[in-house]
Design a protein around this ligand. Structure first.
Ligand code: MLT
Ligand code: ZN
Length: 480
């Protein structure tokens, strides 16, 4: 089938205004959010119903043209943009959202529903959604399930896979699998929904998701703590956590990130003087958790000193609090201001250049040393590069952002990911493998593990048309 014949067939399926071939119209679908990953799409197709997705996949399979599924295009590992010549299948028009089922505490959302829309919908029914990420206004549910997105509430509610009660998806041959009943108990065979969560568009195109909702927690308090280093932040969190069942976020960031955010946004610094490290805590509940948090901050023991030792000498007296300064907010504007120092990191970094983004997780006992050593590692390999670290301390997840290294130079990526693997961590905590980390997958997945994943891919997508070059290198398996 010629390119034009395929475009014509797709126009018959979705309507001509939803097949984009014009370079200007395609452009927004061809570059990822960071600007690091890009490629020309053959065309962009925008179906609005599951049976249209199925017909599009059949047409593309018959034409032998690979398909890149795309949601809000907020991914950070190049997993939803073309590398050259693919059809981009945008699911954004699959944006129907069902009525909240208050009895089950569930809702069915189309893959193109944004997280912010889902949150508003759930809140209108006096419930809420357990996953939240700073890209909430653009990120779509389908993409978030496909990447098993994590975000700022994982420590309380888990990541995206744990919110999925059922799924509808279209396989590469156009067949539709649908498990949307949301049954609490249904042990009949493989957990396809669980498998598709985190499959990064390589096994199927997710079209609808049945999602678990969580109780609303209308009362909130946010505290920003100034600390001396990562070890002090970890000690503080370890000491506070048992007494704070309402804790739902524990985010870490550092002086250079706050300075960049303030420079970019015009925000004033959070405290009169800068500190090396910041820990943002949020507690939420049906009852006001402010007293609980404030009392915990005042009375909790300073925590173990072992991680705070340098050269064997504790840097603070055993009975001294590691907290150097504190800002607390209960009202919405105050809370949002404190969150801004954390949430504006991504856009501030992007405004400063095209970053190398390495989203990694470490065992708790390795985190503080890794934070220190990764800075030295990058400084040695790429003098002059800027390292901006931030992340989800409660999940042992650090986002290592490196500015000032050309996008195609992967020397620092290689060094950092190897250091992560040597210390028992994961090369992808929550962003996925995408195109960005494909060559390093074997650092933290065994040969047998990768072979099993390839076998699954081969079974459901034997001609390899779904997102080739993402997550697994299947070109050989599919004779490409
Ligand atoms: C975040 O936690 O803000 C996201 O993972 C985005 C990022 O890493 O830049
Ligand atoms: Zn994150």
């Amino acid at each position: 089938m010629t390119g034009d014949a395929l475009a014509g067939r797709l126009r018959d399926i979705v309507g001509s205004q939803h097949v984009l071939t014009d370079a200007d119209l395609k452009a927004g679908y061809e570059t990822d959010w960071t600007g690091r990953f890009q490629g020309k799409a053959r065309l962009v197709v925008r179906p609005s119903r599951t049976n249209e997705v199925a017909a599009v996949l059949v047409a593309c399979a018959e034409a032998g043209v690979p398909v890149v599924p795309q949601g809000g295009n907020t991914g950070l590992v190049g997993g939803s943009v073309p590398s050259g010549g693919e059809v981009v299948l945008s699911v954004r028009r699959l944006d129907e959202i069902g009525e909240v089922d208050a009895v089950a505490g569930q809702v069915t959302a189309g893959a193109g529903v944004t997280l912010a829309t889902l949150q508003a919908h759930a809140r209108a029914a006096r419930l809420d959604f357990g996953v939240d990420i700073p890209a909430r206004d653009s990120a779509t549910i389908g993409g978030m399930v496909a990447t098993n997105a994590g975000g700022i509430h994982v420590m309380r509610f888990g990541h995206m896979r744990q919110q999925v009660a059922g799924i509808e998806a279209v396989l590469a041959d156009g067949s539709i699998v649908s498990r949307l009943s949301g049954l609490q108990k249904d042990n009949s065979g493989y957990d396809l929904a669980g498998l598709l969560a985190g499959s990064e568009g390589t096994l199927a195109v997710i079209t609808k998701v049945r999602l678990r909702l969580v109780p609303q927690r209308p009362h909130r308090v946010v505290a920003l703590l100034a600390l001396g280093d990562t070890a002090a932040a970890q000690d503080t969190l370890t000491a506070l956590r048992p007494g704070l069942p309402s804790l739902e976020a524990a985010e870490i960031f550092y002086r250079e990130g706050v300075e960049l955010v303030c420079e970019h946004s015009g925000l004033l610094p959070p405290f009169a003087e800068p500190y090396p490290c910041y820990l943002l805590l949020e507690c939420a509940g049906r009852m006001d958790p402010a007293t609980e948090l404030i009392e915990a901050l005042e009375t909790s023991p300073p925590g173990p000193l072992s991680a705070s030792r340098e050269g064997g000498t504790p840097r603070r007296p055993a009975d001294a609090s590691p907290i150097l300064d504190t800002a607390v907010a209960t009202d919405r504007p105050g809370r949002e201001r404190l969150w801004a120092y954390r949430e504006l990191h991504t856009s501030a970094i992007n405004a400063a250049g095209i970053p190398h983004k390495l989203d990694v997780s470490l065992p708790p006992g390795e985190l503080a040393a890794f934070e220190r050593d990764v800075r030295a590692l990058v400084a040695g390999a790429a003098p002059g590069a800027r390292v901006i670290l931030f992340g989800h301390l409660g999940d042992g997840n650090l986002h290592v952002n490196i500015l000032g290294v050309p996008p195609e130079d992967e020397t620092v990526d290689d060094l950092v990911l190897r250091m992560v693997a040597e210390r028992g961590g994961s090369i992808s905590a929550e962003h996925g493998i995408g195109r960005a980390k494909l060559r390093w997958l074997s650092l933290t997945r065994s040969e047998a593990d990768i072979a099993a994943m390839r076998a699954i891919k081969q079974a459901v997508d034997p001609s390899g048309i779904l997102n080739p070059g993402v997550l697994l290198n299947t070109a050989m398996d599919c004779g490409r």
